[in-house]
Unconditional design. Structure first.
Length: 425
């Protein structure tokens, strides 16, 4: 018998050809995969009028934010599907933000840096099962509750049913929540996930929600329990009536009550009402809102406790301003960081013509200023914005907002400029 010698390289080549021969063709592998997502660029510039100055002689801070999110949804069979979402997020400095000084004023760091090392990360990865009008998903996924702004991920189980016409029912349980600074707005969620404040609480999130739409009336009801921290009870009722094709009248009211379950948390509530109209491309709305917490400085028992009516950012609660009750004061002014009594009135207007949009608004009231460390400060903001819808997928937005806190002869001002370009696919 003749024995033929085969080199290692030949064996590797034969193995590769064998793998290729048995592999699923690319065209077949991707034919049941849906691709969606967006790419977004943001430039943000903040100017703060304050005495302390650590930014090379200026109170300006600015940055370029780059974000891309890509979701792959693959049909496994008639009922099962899988979703994988990849996310890239990076921020580059602008305007000498990164200059740092020691206690003697000596420079200890360089200037702004371009981030080229961030990579794509797994944002969502879950398995889904759909039967009739009910979908069950398990894994890492966006929680999408009434109390967050739609970009927070959690690990758990969610069921959504639309079996009843006009009604969407949701039940979910998550035993882990995201702590990425790319998505978190306000201090609360970081405190829950990344500090020892609630080390003695499981902090699992359990959620029940109902959304109904029966023209011209719609409503939302939501209960969120952060285990052994607090339970949020919220509701929204809205009315929208088209008088003609060019005239619309609308009204919306919201209420949230936060019932504390932890010694470091105080009860809080939020309510708001907004009335508006749309007339031949023009839009106008006005309203009033209050949010209060039982943690005032003069309350010896509860002062210093955490209070909130949203989990992240301001959730889906009415927030007419750009930065006043949000990014102002180091992002401490969100509804997830309430202190004392706060009340505001507001007006907003806008006009859309073809692909262009213009808008402006004003909010004024009294509430806690974290920048001044004072309760019942006079607070206000005005803003102006412009948008351009180049196509269904590509949109541009820019706005300018100026906010001010004032009390006892002290004041704090913060102005923000934002430009955004977003491509959706």
């Amino acid at each position: 018998m003749k024995i033929t010698k085969v080199s290692l390289a030949a064996l590797v080549a034969l193995g590769a050809f064998s793998s290729v021969a048995s592999a699923t063709p690319l065209e077949e592998a991707i034919k049941n995969v849906d691709l969606s997502g967006f790419a977004r660029y943001r430039y943000t510039n903040d100017n703060r009028d304050r005495k302390a100055d650590t930014k090379a002689g200026t109170n300006d801070t600015a940055g370029h934010a780059f974000r891309m999110q890509t979701s792959f949804k693959a049909a496994i069979d008639d009922n099962f599907f899988g979703v994988l979402t990849l996310r890239y997020a990076a921020t580059d400095g602008s305007g000498d933000n990164n200059e740092k000084r020691d206690a003697n004023g000596e420079i200890i760091d360089g200037t702004d840096k371009t981030n080229t090392t961030n990579s794509f990360g797994v944002y969502e990865m879950y398995l889904g099962y759909k039967v009739s009008n009910t979908t069950i998903t398990a894994g890492k996924q966006l929680i999408k509750t009434f109390y967050d702004d739609g970009d927070i991920a959690g690990t758990g189980l969610k069921a959504v049913s639309t079996d009843v016409s006009g009604l969407t029912l949701t039940a979910a349980a998550y035993d882990a929540l995201e702590d990425s600074t790319n998505e978190i707005d306000g201090p609360f969620l970081t405190t829950v996930t990344n500090s020892a404040t609630f080390h003695d609480a499981p902090a699992n999130l359990y959620y029940l929600g109902a959304v109904g739409s029966y023209d011209p009336v719609s409503f939302k009801v939501a209960i969120a329990n952060l285990q052994e921290i607090a339970t949020l009870y919220g509701a929204e009722a809205a009315f929208s009536f088209n008088v003609t094709d060019d005239i619309n009248l609308n009204l919306k009211g919201q209420y949230v009550y936060s019932d504390s379950d932890h010694k470091k948390v105080a009860d809080a509530d939020f309510w708001a009402v907004q009335a508006g109209t749309k007339l031949f491309g023009a839009k106008f709305n006005a309203g009033y809102l209050e949010f209060d917490a039982k943690n005032k400085d003069n309350d010896a028992r509860n002062s210093g406790k955490i209070a909130f009516t949203s989990i992240d950012a301001n959730g889906q609660l009415i927030n007419p301003a750009k930065i006043l009750n949000g990014a102002m004061s180091g992002s401490k002014q969100f509804y997830n960081n309430i202190k004392g009594d706060n009340d505001y009135w507001f007006v907003n207007t806008g006009y859309d013509i073809d692909k262009f949009g213009l808008g402006a608004g004003y909010t004024q009231g009294k509430g806690t200023s974290y920048a001044l460390n004072k309760e019942r400060a006079k607070r206000n903001e005005w803003y102006a914005q412009a948008s351009y819808k180049y196509s269904k997928k590509l949109n541009f937005l820019t706005w300018y907002a100026a906010a001010k806190d004032k009390k006892d002869g002290e004041s704090f001002k913060q102005n923000r400029i934002r430009f955004e370009a977003k491509y959706s696919f």
